[in-house]
Design a protein around this ligand. Sequence first.
Ligand SMILES: [Zn+2]
Length: 604
Amino acid sequence: MRSLVDDVKDRLDVTEVVAGYVKLTNAGSNMRGLCPFHREKTPSFMVSKEKQIFHCFGCGKGGDVITFIEEIEGLDFKEALRLLAERAGLDYRKYQVSAGGQSDAPDNKETLRRALEATTVFYQKQLDFNEGLKAKNYLAGRALTGKSIQEFRLGYAPRADDKGYPAALFSHLRGLGFSPQAIVASGSVYKKDNQAAYVDRFRERIIFPVADSLGRVVGFSARLLPGSDSQQGKYINTPGTILYDKGGLFYGFHLAKQAIREKGEVVMLEGNLDVILSHQSGVCQAVATCGTALGKKQLTTLCRYTQKLILAFDADMAGVKATKRAAELAWEEDLDVKVIPIKTGQDVADIVKEDPQKWAKMVEKKKSLAGYFFNLGFKNRVLSLDQKKTLADKLLKLFASIPSRVEQSHYLKRLAEEVQVPEEYFWEKIKQNQRKNHQYTKTQPAPEKTSGKKSRSILLEERLIGLIFNYPKLFFKYRERFNRTAFESEVVKRIYQDIKKILDKMSPDLVKSQDINFESRELQLKVAEIALEVEKDLGPDPDENREKAEQELKICFAALEKEFLKNQRFQLLKEIKMASINGDKNQMESLMERLQTVSKEIAR
Ligand SMILES: [Zn+2]
């Protein structure tokens, strides 16, 4: 029986799927682009249509179409497979056994997802009844259109159920057959201490569902309905659950990601309403953090989509602080950061309500972040020279992390003019700081290659496998030599046995790499990766480069033999040492003789 993995891979072309995320250009028989998994300026991310794999020669990430979706969407294998199955028009429920060999029984996450979906629908419906109408009025008053309310799936959480218990959602979900445990695990209901009663977490609140990058609801952000007398904060959120990890989520991301890719930038806002109204005004590349400051994990997610971050936080103290923090983090990640200055007391929602065009224009006229801080400090302010110097020192600390040298130099110059000291003074200070920092913090380590530390023999063995995979005709010419080779790497050994089994049955004149298929997905991927590396070095056309390949094959064999001999010599030396300790003269002599032979072989 065919597996879902096979069918998915048959129906979907890895280059097309990847092209939905990464801009690819032709590079010989492969496609090439900037790696979405690490930051780079020259593309080392390759996608092979023929081998149906991707591989980054910069950071070592690689795999097939399923691996790619796992990595880029942050899904596990099963989830990625389902997503792709849907895209390929396959019904995954028809496949009895999942790729991992386990049965596809609905897991915990699946139940939570269904509960969250049912919860969302429940809240949405409430907008048309009783108290919910007040919420709807409020949203209309903030200039939200019905379309936006639909698109962002806004809703209302009622105060109580029909009997007056604060558990309207809970009874609804129970009625749908969800267990109390599942309902609590989804985060929208909690159990009161020492009591049997379950209580809805959100009551009398406007509900903003928070979704993952695929648009599946994972939690909620709930705003108090103006006029209600709750003791709790204006906003409360779903607490951390197995699906809701606020540090890795953005509000509105699933609706923004397409625009983020197309415009090559992301606009970071503070509030949920800001995001919705921004989308409503046509600025759809806007998202907000979920009740947290912008963190490293979120920036990593963003980096997969764009390198340009535009911050639009309030101009109040908190807003400036947040902007500064975000800037430092983003600069550290090498992002290009711009800012949209917003007047104190205003928020994006107000601006859009007033004039939707105006917001779009403000986004277009975004400013350099360094310039924003510069103006914030010096523009329209009368400062004493001392005050200026203190300010300059503060700004210098910030400007030290601007990744662009050109921009940095521009602002150091302006700073020097403002405080009337030579520019060199600031450069010297930056250098001093860097020296100091180096003593304490290590510079960021280079992305770790997955290959790790391999012995030279294993690298040579892999190269041999890559060569016969790309140039299978060579196998027949060197069959004897291959058979004599004892592979050190277990994986290479298994790959070689598979290749041999296939090639032994074929005629040398007709054989093509495409005919070599492996039973194990793991081996298939490994071979493709090795073969891609060979292809990158030797060129894509097997007929054109056969001579080069044959030459390399010979070199590899020779080097492998030498490695083998060196290992032997090493072993012999150890044995000789042991024999000398034991005073075994006969043994010593015979070992020395063997050592001589081996040494001669090596020198040959
Ligand atoms: Zn990479």
